[in-house]
Design a binder for this molecule. Structure first.
Ligand SMILES: Nc1ncnc2c1ncn2[C@@H]1O[C@H](COP(=O)(O)OP(=O)(O)OP(=O)(O)O)[C@@H](O)[C@H]1O
Length: 224
């Protein structure tokens, strides 16, 4: 469970999020809103990449301002641009990187690498140079690099922006099959029609919050 208690975030004079109080328990939660409305900032709060200027974020009992390391272990974060996430030159090295940092054994790393590449039909990419992957392959490898670390919660910041329709569907299927709680920031309204809850951020606050059909309709009206 994630709780935001009166969370505000300001950058200098600019108040990006203003006194948000939310409890997040659903398995699939989407966060939508206009460009610059504060969605990425909201996502980054959830694993301590961004800290509240005031108020607090509590994730399964961990206060983000005090337990940053533990929080980042618990909450996997998929960045919008996979080039910011893929850090090693070869696919299998990249997948191993996070696991090594967490102290996984060699056997465990090999088994998890095999499993995740097979799961997404990418076993033939194991020794592929990461910079030569297509945008969609990179996005899937970036997501895989987070999933192999077994986070309890997955936060994704626009995971389908670079993708063609086929790869969007691959990512949507991959996300649908995850056992974890997933929070997705997105402009891709097709991706979230099956979600449990959609939150619209606007003007620093929550404009709408509820099931996809009615919240997406309210958002479309707001943007009209
Ligand atoms: N580290 C930072 N320092 C200063 N300003 C920031 C910082 N991070 C975000 N902002 C500002 O906060 C506002 C919200 O940014 P954010 O990236 O959260 O929006 P977003 O809703 O994710 O936008 P988009 O849909 O365009 O990705 C923007 O005006 C941005 O310039």
């Amino acid at each position: 469970m994630i709780t935001l208690n009166n969370v505000s975030v300001s950058f200098g004079e600019r108040v990006v999020l203003n006194s948000l109080s939310l409890t997040l328990t659903e398995r699939r939660i989407a966060v939508i809103g206009a460009n610059g409305s504060g969605k990425s900032t909201f996502a980054r709060l959830l694993n301590g990449l961004a800290l509240p200027t005031s108020g607090e974020v509590i994730v399964d009992g961990l206060n983000s301002a005090k337990k940053g390391r533990e929080l980042r272990r618990k909450v996997g974060f998929v960045f919008q641009n996979p080039d910011n996430q893929i850090v090693m030159p070869v696919v299998e090295e990249d997948l191993a990187f996070g696991m090594k940092n967490l102290g996984f054994s060699k056997d465990d790393i090999a088994a998890k690498t095999d499993e995740i590449l097979a799961r997404y039909n990418m076993s033939d990419l194991r020794e592929h140079p990461a910079h030569l992957l297509s945008g969609g392959q990179k996005q899937l490898i970036a997501i895989s690099g987070v999933l192999v670390m077994d986070p309890a919660i997955v936060v994704m910041d626009e995971p389908t922006t670079l993708l063609d329709l086929r790869n969007k569907r691959r990512v949507a299927r991959a996300v649908a099959a995850l056992p974890q709680m997933v929070i997705t920031v997105t402009h891709d309204l097709d991706l979230i029609t099956d979600y449990d809850r959609v939150i619209v951020i606007d003007d620093g606050g929550v404009f709408a919050d509820g099931p996809p059909a009615e919240v997406i309709a309210a958002y479309q009206e707001l943007m009209a």
